[in-house]
Design a protein. Structure first.
Length: 241
């Protein structure tokens, strides 16, 4: 029964093959001629649409439109990039100006505050020089306020304050204020002999100029012989009638 069941399928497949028409000789030759290369060995070229074909014209128009849009977008991108660079540069300049202004303001406020404290330091220094304790109680008091003075000086040093030491240096009007000039041969002319009031710096900025005594050259000494010679010259000069 199995062999009998499969027999109809074989007959059907053979009948379907018989239904497919075979190509004629002329059709077969046409197909072969189409697939065969030309005499110069090149495959036959596909047919090209003419330049004025509607589809080709539409495609060229779309390409031209896209190129125009691309150029416009490129110009806009360049303009935005230049604007961004300018904004970054302006912000950087603004940041630097702001930092400089804040720094100058801090230095000015700090300098004004410290300047108000300098007379207090002057009084401590005068007391250290002038007061000579004689008893143990006076010595204890002297050490206590000198300890406060040292704490104040250390605090000023930590925030950048330094005292000037101009003795023996050339006089500089940027840092010194000459209040006394003294003739002497011990120092070169224009040298600071003594600091009368201490000057202070905040970093490189002058908080207070140092009041100093400046050396000047001594006047030449005229000997007695030169004086007598000068007097003789005066006496021997002709007198008018």
């Amino acid at each position: 029964m199995t062999g009998a069941a499969q027999q109809p399928e074989t007959n059907n497949s053979s009948s379907e093959k018989e239904k497919i028409p075979k190509p004629t000789e002329s059709q077969s030759e046409g197909v072969k001629a189409a697939n065969q290369p030309s005499d110069d060995g090149k495959q036959p070229e596909a047919s090209v649409a003419p330049a004025d074909h509607p589809a080709l014209v539409t495609l060229q128009q779309e390409i031209a439109s896209l190129r125009t849009q691309l150029e416009l977008q490129s110009k806009q991108a360049d303009a935005l990039k230049a604007q961004y660079i300018r904004c970054v540069a302006d912000f950087e300049n603004f940041r630097k100006r702001t930092e400089k202004t804040q720094e100058e303001l801090q230095h000015r406020v700090k300098g004004e505050t410290i300047t108000e404290l300098l007379p207090v330091i002057d009084n401590f220094e005068r007391a250290r020089v002038q007061i000579k304790p004689k008893t143990d109680e006076e010595s204890s008091i002297h050490k206590s306020y000198q300890g406060v003075y040292r704490q104040l000086v250390d605090a000023l040093k930590r925030i950048g304050v330094s005292a000037m030491r101009p003795e023996g240096e050339p006089f500089d009007p940027n840092f010194h204020e000459a209040v006394v000039r003294e003739q002497t041969s011990e120092y070169p002319e224009g040298t600071v002999m003594e600091q009368l009031q201490r000057g202070y710096l905040l970093g490189s900025r002058v908080l207070r100029h140092a009041m100093v005594k400046v050396a000047t050259a001594p006047e030449p000494v005229v000997s007695s012989e030169e004086e007598s010679g000068t007097a003789t010259d005066v006496d021997s000069s002709p007198q008018e009638n």
